[in-house]
Design a protein around this ligand. Structure first.
Ligand SMILES: Nc1nc2c(ncn2[C@@H]2O[C@H](COP(=O)(O)OP(=O)(O)O)[C@@H](O)[C@H]2O)c(=O)[nH]1
Ligand SMILES: [Mg+2]
Length: 188
């Protein structure tokens, strides 16, 4: 299956403003700045469908994108960003938790995006644990692989698989589009 159409539908804050139609949802989660919006843009082949984190507002809500008129990509707010105030970070965390744990219309799959160059952080590991506790079908994407020197690649990949305790990782780059087809195949 391929993506034939994609549009920004709406932003929701908690349960307020959720889309009316109950299509399956693919959620994209990850720390701020790992490239959630960029990965979505790469998948749909549009440069600025999911506006990057520099745009205020959009990053503070659950952003619903309608794909092929029958599926949602949901861009979640980032978590664990040190530049946010604690109060703000806590508010975002609560909304993410609500969406993943209490919301009646749970996402069918969760794409967890990490920064492949930085490697899995404490926040990433906590998020994986939470997703596993909630029995989610998780796809881990290590983004920004273009930033890693060729000579470092094997070592970095090994470090990522060891820390995450899985070999099931899609190595990705929004810049070079590496991993795009592999990820599309897994989510569609
Ligand atoms: N080199 C490189 N930079 C990336 C990649 N993906 C995203 N970025 C950059 O990382 C920054 C954050 O991206 P964004 O998509 O806004 O992250 P978000 O906060 O997780 O939605 C932007 O400056 C992007 O251009 C990638 O694969 N490679
Ligand atoms: Mg973003």
């Amino acid at each position: 299956m391929e993506i034939k159409s994609a549009q920004f539908l709406k932003g929701a804050i908690g349960g307020e403003g959720l889309p009316i139609e109950n299509f399956p949802q693919i959620a994209f989660v990850g720390r701020s700045n790992v490239g959630k919006s960029s990965v979505i843009n790469t998948l749909v082949g549009m440069k600025d469908l999911a506006i990057s984190s520099s745009t205020p507002g959009r990053t503070l809500q659950l952003n619903f994108f309608l794909i092929n008129e029958n599926l949602y990509f949901v861009d979640l707010p980032g978590y664990g960003y040190s530049k946010q105030s604690l109060k703000f970070a806590e508010k975002m965390r609560k909304m993410i938790m609500w969406y993943l744990e209490q919301n009646e219309n749970r996402p069918q799959k969760v794409v967890l995006i990490i920064d492949g160059n930085v490697g899995p952080t404490k926040f990433d590991l906590e998020m994986i644990e939470l997703l596993q506790e909630n029995a989610y079908d998780v796809i881990v994407v290590a983004n920004k692989m273009d930033k890693i020197k060729k000579s470092e690649l094997d070592r970095k990949k090994k470090e990522i698989t060891q820390k995450l305790d899985t070999e099931n990782i899609i190595y990705f780059s929004s810049k070079t589009k590496k991993g795009k087809d592999e990820l599309l195949e897994k989510i569609l």
